[in-house]
Each structure stands twice: as C-alpha cells, then as structure tokens.
Design a protein around this ligand. Structure first.
Ligand SMILES: [Zn+2]
Length: 489
C-alpha cells in the first residue's frame, strides 16, 4: 500500500510549554526503564486486527479492549483538525464531529495555559491509530506476528559474504548477564575484553566518570571542553557519525529494541520497502532473538546500543567495556556477525567513551544536532511515560523536517521501537509524512547513507580496504586527544 501523496492533513495541537532542551533535568531523566519486565514474558491472547480494521485488544486485561476510528483522520477535504491534550494523559472519549474529521479529547492537563501549535502533515497512514489514542496510558494494541524469513543457516541477500545464520533456539539466557542490568566486570568474558582493549594500543583518556544527573550535576565536566562531552554542549569528533553526507538523505534509526512492537514497525517498513538501522539493547536481544534475526535477514542494519542502556560517561572503563562487549557478543551469537557501529544511550559520549568504543571496533553514531534547540530528536520515547504528547512529537518532527530541508547534508533522526506509542506515531504519521515529502527524502540505513554496502556494517564482512575499521581511526592519529594509559579501576 502506498501512502496517498496528494492529501494534506492539518493537526492543531495545543502543547505544554516544555522547553525542548536536550539532556536537561527530566528531559533525559535517566529513565531507568525496564519495560520488558520478566525475560521472555510475552503478550498473551493477542488479537490481530485485520488490515483496515480498527479493533484493538489489550494484552493484559480483556476489559481494556477499545474500538477506535482508524480512518478518522483522513477525509475528503484533505484537511483534518485534531485537538489533543498537552500531557498525553487523555481520559476523555474521542468524539467525531459532523465533519467526520475533527477529534477532541478532554485531557487532564493544564491546557488552558498552553499555546496552540499547528502541524501540517503531508500524509498519514489510513490505518493509523488515531492521535487521540496515542497516549501514555493507552491499552495495549495487538502486535503483529513476525513475518519470519529467518532460516537457520541462511544468509541475508544484502550481504554476499555473510556467515550462516545461527540457530536462535540454542541461545541460552543463563550464559548472559541479566536483562537491563549492568553486567559484572569480573567475568572471564569481560576480563578478556579488557585485555583486548589494552592490546589494541589505543590509549584511553584519563577522564573521570561523570556524576548522575546530567549537566547541572557536573559543573567541572561541563566546563572541561577537552572532554568533548556531547551531552552538555554537543561536542563531536571527526570519528562521530552525526549525519548523512548527501542532502535529503535520511539515516533512519530506531533505538532500544528489540521489543514487543518491533514487529509492527517491521511490517510497515517491509510493506513500504524501507530499510532502517536498529540500535539494539543487548539484553533485550535475549528476549527477542527472532525479531533481531528478522531485522537482519530482511535487510536492516543492526548496531550496538549497550547491554543495559546506562549513561556511559557515568561508568568506569571496565563497565563500558562490559556493556559494549556483551552487546557485541549476543548479536554475534544470534546473527553470526558483529556490528561495527554503536549509539551511546542518551547520546552520552565523551572522549573516554569514544576511545573505548573505537578500540572495540565500534564507530559512534549520534543524531543530527544543529543547536541546543534544534536536535533531530523526535522525543517519541517520552510519550509512553507521559512527559510529552504525540502532538509535541509531531511538532518536533515538523521542526526536524524544516531544518532538514535547509541543510547541505543529510541527517539522522532519533526514534525508538521500544514502546507501542513510538511505533504507532512512526508508522501512522512520521514515516507517511516523510514519504509524501516533495522533494523526496532518500530514507535508508546509516551505513547506506554513508555510501557503504550493508556488508560493511559488520566486523566480519567489512571490506577493510574500502571502509577502514573503527579502530584504525583510534590508532592512526585521526583521533587526537591527550591520552594516558588505560586505568583499570
Ligand atoms: Zn536508547
């Protein structure tokens, strides 16, 4: 199904005046999320709505079933007005007006004090979940079963020299650290990886770990420009990937999965023939190995997003090595290949984290940042927790598009496949809107927007002659800092 290209949609959204500041206070509040819960726990009694159907069934309680008007936002006039509460904690009942398009929900937020922001979407998905239903406390909708093409021993068509796909059924969780918990640093595996890093000759800068609490809690580190701490000031090094080189190229990325609703996202991407980069949390690969295999086999790029999603600058060298090492290992165990890109959770990286990552063969990938108020972060992550609304996320998205189209280079946007809400806003609104954009965006994985073959996204299949490995940047002098020897704490 192709998204209608001609229709234009207008959403009028009051939003809370929340400073869209990166990494300040609750904005990146070190959400210690453990949304997956017990390992291997899976939704039960799922009801898959047929295409175009609008009935969704809760995954935890039969009484949470709701019916929503899935096409309420597409009308013959091509314009849709939507009013949503600012906090995303709607308790009201959606009401369709005589025009069949305007939906008003009564929220519990402080809407009287909020301004109105208009968001004009070029297209939406006709089967999108209505905006009014994408809220923090929404009942869980159906998940789509994996359309699995992953066969043990197979190789992905996108990687000619890939090794055979391992048998995910053989993965034993007892052989790995716990879900969403930082791995211990005294295991034989981690001790070996620490030695491996030392053996590379890459010198790790002797930078102290940052304090929890972000920039306000780290005055000295914030003022120490030599750290090049991205979190507080946006400092990058030439080794960081923060954009695509070609204008109008969008390096599509989704973080924090694999998760329950990742298959819903994969179904849309497959339907639209779009490929993405997935920055996966290693411990969640243990929960959803088949989802990771499906991503990989269907041509998406897999990259590292740590084992337990900590702020890496707060960790010791050994803890960072453990987070990255276990993530590399579980991905290799499930796919047969090891990613050569990583994204630091929260974008939290400094020169110490950079050096360790490069020494472990991982090139850091962040997201595009023009200024403190113009980061290419949809903030879709925070709908589920209630600290932002879907309206604000779409406003963020429109701001990103506005900035993207003025750039001489392409861009990378931060989105997530961890929560239902972020998947629904991506497949229902953000991606259809982007696909209808004229001039068109070229939507592709990060490795592709760098004009590299998919094989060059993995250590085992990379062509080192055409795509120098990450570590070469660390030892060649391209990566210049004041270094002192690796400190084992
Ligand atoms: Zn993340």
């Amino acid at each position: 199904m192709k998204i209608p290209q001609s229709a234009a949609f207008l959403a009028v959204l009051p939003v809370l005046v929340v400073a869209h500041l990166e990494n300040v206070g609750a904005r990146h509040a070190r959400h210690n999320h453990n949304p997956i819960g017990a390992r291997q726990a899976a939704p039960s009694a799922l009801t898959l709505a047929a295409a175009g159907s609008t009935t969704v069934t809760g995954t935890s309680s039969p009484s949470s079933s709701i019916s929503v008007a899935g096409t309420a936002f597409a009308n013959s006039s091509g314009r849709t007005s939507v009013t949503t509460p600012p906090t995303g904690t709607s308790s009201g009942t959606p009401a369709t007006t005589a025009a069949g398009a305007a939906v008003t929900t009564t929220g519990t937020g402080t809407s009287a004090a909020t301004p109105t922001i208009s968001v004009s979407l070029r297209a939406t998905n006709p089967t999108a979940i209505p905006l009014a239903s994408i809220v923090s406390n929404q009942p869980s909708a159906a998940t789509i079963p994996l359309d699995s093409t992953a066969v043990v021993g197979a190789t992905p068509t996108a990687i000619a020299n890939a090794p055979a796909l391992p048998n995910a059924a053989l993965l034993s969780p007892t052989n790995y650290p716990h879900l969403d918990i930082p791995p211990p640093v005294d295991s034989p595996e981690v001790l070996q990886w620490i030695q491996d890093v030392a053996d590379t000759g890459v010198v790790i800068p002797d930078i102290s770990a940052t304090n929890p609490g972000g920039c306000p809690n780290n005055t000295d580190a914030v003022n120490d420009a030599s750290r090049c701490w991205w979190t507080c000031g946006g400092c990058t090094r030439p080794t960081d990937i923060t954009e695509c080189p070609t204008a109008m190229d969008w390096g599509l990325t989704y973080d924090d999965g694999p998760a329950f609703y990742t298959p819903n996202l994969l179904a849309y991407l497959d339907q639209q023939k779009l490929k993405s980069t997935f920055f996966v949390v290693g411990s969640r690969v243990i929960s959803f190995p088949n989802t990771l295999q499906e991503e990989y086999m269907s041509g998406h790029q897999i990259a590292v997003h740590t084992w337990s999603h900590p702020s890496l600058t707060e960790l010791s060298n050994e803890e960072i090595i453990a987070e990255l090492g276990w993530s590399k290992k579980v991905i290799k165990d499930v796919l047969g290949v090891t990613p050569n890109m990583m994204r630091p959770p929260f974008g939290d990286i400094d020169d110490r984290v950079r050096a360790i990552s490069l020494a472990m063969g991982l090139t850091p990938v962040i997201w595009t940042r023009i200024s403190p108020l113009a980061t290419f972060d949809t903030d879709d992550f925070n709908i589920a927790g209630g600290s932002t609304s879907v309206g604000q996320v779409l406003q963020n998205w429109e701001n990103i598009i506005g900035n993207a189209t003025t750039r001489d280079t392409g861009f990378i946007v931060l989105e997530h496949d961890l929560f239902e809400q972020s998947v629904e806003v991506a497949t229902g609104y953000i991606l259809p809107d982007a696909q209808a954009h004229n001039p068109p965006f070229t939507i592709q994985p990060v490795i592709s927007c760098l004009n590299q073959d998919m094989a060059n996204a993995y250590i085992e299949t990379n062509n080192n002659a055409t795509n120098p490995p990450a570590i070469s940047a660390a030892v060649s002098g391209k990566y210049r800092m004041v270094f002192t020897p690796l400190v084992v704490r």
